[in-house]
Design a protein around this ligand. Structure first.
Ligand code: URA
Length: 430
């Protein structure tokens, strides 16, 4: 196979045979194809798309480019969950302990934040001492002993994705549905769980801006997972406004703890329980969604989920005492300039403001400040009085706090009338 022929075939709208696509990806992973040819191939794919068969071949080649995790030692199926990324999305940190407290192994590999979206690993690293890098043996034995682990992906797992993603990032070829679906599902398949719950975010703060695109991505990912003998279900959830109130690493850990103790913000608590319900119903417990939801709520109410949270954090070297989470030097309130209803809290604007406060990174190598961020006290639909606190900015300095307050003010839109109620979970696909 000559790379130039594959590029030309894709450029002209042809369908590549599975073995050609496979060889292209594996040769690129072995450094036998240069970045400039792979860039051309990605751009041709961006414009021409891929058939379902091509997307399957791409995903399989990506999985086969590296090692896979064998969870057989658990002796039973594990569950996993993946979100396509959003603002304030700390779901896995509360969800894992609930699922594990209900007796189902939760084995998850996570990523870092990039751009305006946060990453679970960055949030966990706000916890003093927390180790994100475990060996495969440590990962499996921790899931056996504690019931859960959330770790960084090892470099051996799907190395083709690491290289391709970095190239897509700088060639404007990230937002293509087959490429995203293959990238996400190759990592989920390689990580070994039998049942995977996907959360495709939709709206201003998400990759997928429209419900139609989100649905297409969800269906592509479900097909890839099912083709690899996994059980896969997918929630499409609103990312027009931030999820919960807290955006920023330590702030989000605090909110996850609140939620595990039954005091979380309503929308976030709803998503956590709904996700736990789906995962438990997909597990080997053999229970339906009604019983699953009751057990998830019971794990929170009894305090068992929070106990598992503490055991998990300790197992990964962290100190679960929330008083030890880093605190920002400057904390400034954002005050409503008028009375009215909150009609919008722009998730993208809040995400960008949070990055500018130091909580996220513009480039992969940037350091972040785990203490900073924004707490959105008022959410869409809330009625507020002029002079009340709508948000709180946590900053490194007075100057950055001023900029943060201005940016957060602009992210809020107030109106005379309450906006129509909009659900958080927009659709559930199986
Ligand atoms: N997340 C991924 O892991 N891959 C993509 O391509 C997009 C989001």
């Amino acid at each position: 196979m000559r790379a130039v022929d594959a590029i030309q075939q894709k450029r002209d709208g042809g369908e590549l045979a599975a073995d050609v696509l496979r060889e292209l990806i594996l040769a690129y992973s072995r450094d036998e194809i240069p970045d400039y040819q792979m860039s051309a191939f990605l751009m041709a794919t961006f414009f021409r798309g891929m058939t379902s068969a091509e997307t399957v071949a791409l995903t399989e080649a990506m999985v086969d480019s590296g090692a896979t995790i064998d969870l057989a030692a658990l002796g039973r199926p594990a569950v996993d969950k993946h979100s396509t990324g959003g603002v304030g999305d700390k779901t896995s940190i509360a969800l894992g302990p609930i699922v594990a407290a209900c007796g189902v192994p939760f084995a998850k590999m996570s990523g870092r934040g990039l751009g305006h979206t946060g990453g679970t690993l960055d949030k966990l690293e706000a916890i003093p001492g927390f180790r994100i890098a475990l060996s495969e043996d440590e990962f499996v034995s921790q899931v056996t002993d504690v019931g859960m682990a959330i770790v960084s992906q090892t470099p051996e797992l799907v190395p083709a994705d690491a290289r391709l993603y970095a190239l897509r990032d700088v060639t404007a070829t990230v937002d293509q549905i087959s490429l995203i679906a293959a990238s996400i599902m190759s990592k989920k398949i390689a990580a070994g769980a039998s049942a995977i719950l996907l959360d495709v975010k939709v709206g201003a703060g998400a990759f997928m801006r429209t419900l139609d695109d989100a649905r297409e991505l969800a269906l592509a990912m479900i097909a890839l997972g099912v083709g690899a003998n996994r059980q896969v279900k997918c929630e499409l959830t609103d990312m027009g406004q931030p999820l919960g109130c807290a955006v920023g690493n330590a702030l989000e850990i605090n909110e996850a703890i609140d939620t595990l103790q039954g005091n979380g913000p309503a929308d976030f608590a709803e998503l956590v329980v709904s996700s736990a319900k789906h995962l438990l119903a997909m597990s080997d417990l053999g229970i339906d969604e009604v019983e699953s939801e009751a057990r998830a709520r019971g794990a929170i109410a009894s305090g068992r989920a929070y106990v598992v949270y503490e055991e998990w954090i300790v197992a990964q070297g962290g100190d679960p005492d929330r008083n030890l989470l880093p605190r920002a030097a400057v904390i400034r309130e954002v005050i409503a300039e008028r009375s009215g209803y909150v009609t919008e809290v722009d998730a993208l604007a809040i995400g960008i403001a949070t990055v500018q406060l130091g909580a996220g990174r513009a480039r992969k190598q940037d350091a972040i400040d785990h203490s900073t961020g924004v707490v959105c006290c008022s959410k869409r639909g809330d009625s507020i009085e002029a002079g009340s606190v709508i948000a709180v900015v946590h900053a490194r300095s007075a100057d950055e706090a001023d900029q943060g307050v201005a940016a957060v003010q602009n992210a809020y839109t107030l109106g005379e009338e309450a906006p129509p109620a909009s659900p958080l979970v927009l659709e559930f696909l199986t």
